[in-house]
Design a binder for this molecule. Sequence first.
Ligand code: HEM
Length: 235
Amino acid sequence: MLSKAGLGIGRPQGSSGRPRTLAGAFGSPLRVAKLVVFCLLALPMALLGVDVWREVAQPGSAFGPDPTEEVLHYLGQWGIRILLLTLAVSPASRLLRKPQLVRFRRMMGLWAFSYIALHFAVYLLSKAGNPFELILKDTLYKVSFAVVGFYALVMLIPLAITSTRRWQRRLGPGWRKLHRLVYPAAFAAWVHLLWLSKGDFMDPLIYGLVLALLFAERIVFRIRKERRAAAANAG
Ligand code: HEM
């Protein structure tokens, strides 16, 4: 929604009457930063869209012999990267002492979810037949790498749904607890990747290290917080 601030009304303007800065044109610096982050996260999707369009116009021009497989991998890779970036926001805000970074978390989480949901949609499309039967057969009963990916996706769904301020208010302290699901979801996504890596373990190794560091920071943060609370109670 466009607010007065969003339109730059009441902000410093140049002699031509136009806002002097980018922040003046779009609103607060935070809005500009959000717009930049949004565009960066949308970029891989936009590039994929261009490639798909090229491929449809001229088969073989954008992808190799198996375009569906390439699109599936591309979306999976971006899904896990953005998911890990989202997880890194809180530690980064603590380490850099920049609490405002947390304001980017929701947008990033929703982008991660979008890439992952599309990854799943491409998987369903790549298999002929009834998608619901496929989910049951391939992901719920049969033990495979897909089952872990599916559970990761299922854990992310309530987080995407309840990511709004309204849900945050409605759920109160339960919201934070629910959103801790992002940790098992990220772990399941990593297991999914590890499982399907045939021989080349570079990606799972890098993502696993990042995930381990993020988990470690979280644990240290909690321990410190509990110690501070215990000290405050004792004092
Ligand atoms: C949080 C959820 C998920 C994440 C982060 C994720 C991520 C990934 C990643 C990073 C890859 C490897 C890409 C590459 O090697 O370049 C991949 C491959 C794949 N994923 Fe997922 N995935 C998720 C959920 C799912 C689900 C729900 C399904 C289907 C039920 C699925 C099916 C597949 C398939 C079929 C492949 C390709 C396997 C192969 O190369 O043989 N993924 N995924």
